[in-house]
Design a protein around this ligand. Structure first.
Ligand code: PLP
Length: 462
């Protein structure tokens, strides 16, 4: 079924372009994905429609934001019902949606992760996590991974270890980036938690199903940050994305996160999992991907898919850590607004009712295996990785050197995929990884036809 309700008369492409040039910031213009930009008219579940009525399969899910499907009827209904009754109330009064949501969200998290602070974006969530890490430990320095992306506020620009996203103005200090434990491109190859392993064989001698010996070498690099960089080896916090998203769906050797968390805690720091892209069942085996690493973080940040694309985010932590901010007032005007909470609550219901986590596991595993067959057939596909419906396809000039496929080639393939009706994402430091993170309602027939288009387009450029 396709939604036909269009609330506003759409502007023509000429009018859009005129306003874009005159009134929108150039950074926004630069962000447009395609040479021939897609003018979106409406979207329903896993599909986007342009103004000519052409249908595209949204393999990026907004930007990993549309978790259960564009304009999902149950989520829309929750929003409309809430809008009729109460749009806005900040935490100066009590209202049901934020309380109901906090209880429901906390029930999805393990251990003592029971205290929710709702905010509006992933950057805000990470800002708050940095603040709590510093206040609760009394330490200042924060470690994150190279190639990680955590947001665009001054603090999260410091946390981000990816120069593409760093402006030349000084951003926050006190952030250190440790070596990226990358199983495919890193100094040491490794075994990862994915249905398929890299073509580059792990050199580890005693790897088990939960621990890759390459992890120890990367943890040694983290240890060196403590040795050389940190005052008295003290740290406030350590941040990871449980799979790097913007960085190109990078996965770490099994056991790295567990050992890194142990080291950070021994040195007085708290551990933060940024689940902005990986949360809410997308990776299939667990509701939160940190669970697959065998750890329970001290703080979890989440956004994007939390409310299916509605601006909403949250930080969840333990009662003990949460208490640290009560020494002074802390406030957020829109965080926990009734509409965001009603939508986010409906999203949790839909994930459960439609068994979307299980669906991600089955369909994602199938898709990764099929894409890996394409990798075997096509010389410019270097690696296929990921878990559930969070998938990366790294494109290379040569499988031997793993050198990135040049940007102009990537752009042509990207455009061809779009012309073939597929919207995919791009990521990785060199922009040479296609990212697939579709709405979790995507069906097998969508995947099969997408695989065929991908195979044909990739072969054309091989
Ligand atoms: C892992 C991760 N953390 C944080 C953010 C920042 O979220 P926002 O753009 O909502 O501020 C992003 C955005 O892409 C992200 O991918």
């Amino acid at each position: 079924m396709r939604s036909t309700r269009v609330l506003r008369q759409a502007l023509s492409v000429e009018e859009l372009n005129k306003i874009r040039v005159a009134n929108l910031h150039p950074s926004i213009r630069k962000g447009t994905h395609f040479k021939e930009p897609l003018v979106v008219k409406n979207a329903y579940m896993q599909y986007i429609y342009d103004t000519s009525g052409k249908r595209y399969l949204d393999l990026l899910g907004g930007i990993v934001t549309v978790s259960v499907g564009h304009c999902h009827p149950k989520v829309n209904d929750a929003l409309f019902q809430q809008a009729k009754n109460l749009w806005h109330s900040a935490n100066i009064h009590l209202n049901s949606p934020v309380h109901e949501y906090a209880a429901k969200l906390a029930a999805t998290l393990p251990g003592d992760l029971k205290v929710v602070y709702p905010v509006n974006s992933g950057s805000e969530a990470n800002d708050l996590a940095v603040l709590m890490a510093r206040v609760v430990t009394g330490n200042f320095d924060i470690i994150s991974l190279r190639n990680g992306y955590h947001g665009m506020s001054p603090i999260t620009m410091g946390l981000t270890g990816h120069s593409t996203w760093k402006q030349t103005a000084p951003h926050y200090f006190g952030f250190h980036h440790t070596m990226l434990p990358d199983c495919y491109n890193g100094l040491w190859a490794g075994c990862r938690d994915s249905p398929v392993q890299p073509d580059r064989k792990c050199e580890g001698s005693n790897c088990t199903s939960t621990h890759c010996t390459s992890a120890d070498k990367y943890v040694q690099q983290l240890q060196e940050i403590f040795m050389y960089t940190l005052p008295q080896k003290k740290v406030a916090g350590f941040f990871i994305e449980s799979i790097q998203g913007v960085g190109g769906v990078v996965q770490y050797p099994k056991g790295y996160v567990k050992k890194a968390f142990e080291l950070v805690r021994q040195n007085g720091g708290v551990c933060v999992s940024d689940e902005v892209q990986t949360g809410f069942g997308r990776t299939g085996d667990s509701f939160w991907h940190f669970q697959d690493h065998g750890v329970i973080p001290d703080i979890v940040t989440m956004a994007k898919g939390i409310a299916n694309g509605f601006p909403m985010a949250a930080v969840v932590t333990t009662p003990k850590i949460a208490e640290c901010l009560t020494g002074a007032a802390h406030f957020n005007t829109f965080g926990g607004n009734p509409m965001g909470c009603a939508v986010a609550s409906a999203v949790l219901d839909v994930i459960q009712e439609e068994k979307l986590q299980e669906h991600c596991k089955t369909l994602g595993t199938y898709m990764i295996h099929e894409l890996n067959k394409i990798r075997e057939e096509v010389p410019i596909v270097g690696d296929v990785r990921g878990k559930g419906l969070m998938i990366g396809i790294e494109m290379v000039k040569s499988k031997e050197t793993r050198e990135a496929l040049p940007a102009d080639k990537m752009a042509e393939i990207f455009e061809d995929l779009k012309n073939g009706g597929l919207i995919v994402g791009r990521g990785g430091f060199f922009g040479n990884t296609f990212r697939l993170s579709p709405p979790m309602c995507i069906q097998k027939q969508d995947v099969d036809s997408a695989l065929e288009t991908i195979r044909q387009v990739f072969k054309k450029y091989a």
